[in-house]
Design a protein around this ligand. Structure first.
Ligand SMILES: CC(C)(COP(=O)(O)OP(=O)(O)OC[C@H]1O[C@@H](n2cnc3c(N)ncnc32)[C@H](O)[C@@H]1OP(=O)(O)O)[C@@H](O)C(=O)NCCC(=O)NCCS
Length: 202
């Protein structure tokens, strides 16, 4: 079951080590710029060559949410399966649901009845508490904490070390800056930062 990693940037390093920890068979990496091997794995060609390497599965290791969603869709259309990637050192409740192509990295915690959408990313040591919903392609960055029943919209970013208070919602494409304390709902596409979080520049 040959697997391709899409993207050779910093996030791909984390993905590759998670795949190695799981013992999955990685054929190589695709990237539009890099050509040198990453962590000993060859770069086989550009992203658009994803149908040409005899692979059956792919992990989209692109940190940018929109780009991850875009290439996830391209991989699906090329007939590649997008397995959920859960690092063996993550703690995932048996009642949580993890979507296709979602990634849960080392030391992350996903609580009871949480839902992690397709191609969403719960990064290193992030906490997604009980009944949270992280919608498709969203990113909960390293060390961020979603208290219970938070909803993070499609493609939204909760920055590193940010905390989202219980039950709060971030709309699609919203951004909470690194270290923010989100105590109010955040509108779709809005960027907030600070403690308490406010729209940037206000
Ligand atoms: C909030 C954020 C999106 C703003 O990015 P930006 O629009 O490029 O903003 P700038 O860097 O131009 O900064 C604009 C102002 O906001 C302030 N600011 C930026 N990020 C901030 C943050 N996280 N908290 C508080 N203030 C912040 C800057 O100090 C600057 O203030 P100034 O105008 O008084 O000098 C970004 O700084 C951020 O925190 N991104 C999240 C990064 C992250 O965690 N990624 C995950 C990687 S795994």
């Amino acid at each position: 079951m040959r697997l391709l990693i899409l993207g050779a940037g910093g996030h791909a390093l984390v993905v590759l080590e998670a795949l190695d920890a799981l013992g999955w068979d990685v054929a190589g990496v695709l990237d539009d710029r890099a050509t040198a091997p990453i962590l000993g794995r060859p770069v086989l060609g550009p992203l658009a060559s994803l149908g040409a390497h005899g692979a059956t599965r792919a992990v989209v290791a692109l940190g940018d949410n929109a780009t991850r969603l875009e290439w996830g869709e391209a991989a699906r259309q090329a007939g590649l399966a997008l397995p959920a990637l859960v690092h063996p050192a993550a703690l995932v409740s048996p009642s949580a649901r993890i979507g296709d192509g979602a990634q849960v990295m080392a030391r992350a915690s996903v609580g009871p009845l949480a839902v992690i959408g397709a191609l969403a990313l719960v990064n290193t040591a992030a906490v997604v508490e009980h009944e949270c919903v992280v919608e498709g392609g969203a990113h909960v960055a390293p060390g961020a904490v979603l208290c219970g029943a938070v909803r993070v919209g499609v493609g939204a970013l909760v920055g590193a070390g940010a905390v989202v208070a219980p039950g709060r919602r971030l709309g699609a494409g919203a951004v909470a800056g690194a270290g923010a304390a989100v105590v109010r709902d955040v509108a779709a596409g809005a960027v907030v930062a600070g403690v308490p979080a406010r729209p940037l520049g206000v």
